[in-house]
Design a protein around this ligand. Structure first.
Ligand code: DX5
Ligand code: ZN
Length: 214
């Protein structure tokens, strides 16, 4: 199942509910919420209160909480309890990834791991049996509106081909209608889109085009 996941970071914060409702009407089946702490990445974004509010407005749409934070140990349970369907932490920030995965599952959410562009895909191998999602960063984390790094798609291909992995693979950063087919071909099934969706004249057309390709 191919999903297009709108990144809240690119929405108009003063019209967030309306913008997300529009994206769901246009065909988005999940929502991507970036959590940034100003340490792991040089930017700040949202906290758990927004996640809870989004879940209240859209109870049937799963939300992925993408934690770009140091000390994920202090935060994974908070975001799971705030209503995330999947809590995604960065392997680079984890002291004990197995404990994080267990903590997320114990809070009733699915667990995901994300990698910065510089981090090799082999680092995922010990954790693949225990997680439900891998989120492949296709830009350096921290800001929307960057150019997608095509070489990162090799990580999705490695997961599907070398590992035979069947969990969710999200790609995040600079994904648009033009490069989405390559991401899907590589094995991704969740396309996170910020700028390409919220700045599109016809988001429904973008989403339909991507889903038709699959
Ligand atoms: C970047 C974030 C992305 C970002 C994607 O650090 O993780 O989710 O919002 O936005 P675009 O699609 O504009 O690159
Ligand atoms: Zn993200």
């Amino acid at each position: 199942m191919i999903e297009v996941s709108p990144s809240v970071l690119a929405a108009d914060p003063m019209r967030l509910e309306e913008e997300l409702a529009g994206m769901i009407r246009a065909g988005c089946g999940r929502i991507h919420l970036d959590i940034m702490d100003g340490h792991f990445v040089p930017n700040l974004s949202f906290g758990p209160a927004l996640l809870t509010a989004i879940r209240k407005s859209f109870p049937h749409t799963p939300v992925d909480a993408h934690l770009m934070v140091d000390n994920p140990e202090s935060f994974v349970r908070i975001f799971a309890e705030a209503g995330a369907d999947t809590v995604v932490f960065h392997l680079e920030a984890a002291r004990d990834a197995d404990a994080l995965i267990d903590g997320i599952h114990a809070s009733g959410a699915k667990a995901g791991i994300s990698l910065r562009p510089q981090t090799g895909e082999e680092t995922l191998r010990p954790f693949l049996d225990g997680i439900e999602q891998v989120l492949v960063m296709t830009v350096n984390p921290g800001f929307g509106g960057q150019k997608m790094m095509p070489d990162m798609l090799r990580k999705a291909a490695w997961l599907r081909q070398a590992c035979g992995w069947r969990g969710d693979i999200a790609v995040d950063g600079g994904i648009n209608a033009q490069n989405a087919p390559d991401a899907l071909k590589a094995g991704a099934n969740i396309l996170v889109m910020g700028t390409a969706l919220f700045r599109a004249a016809d988001p429904a057309g973008v989403i339909a085009g991507v889903k038709a390709w699959a």
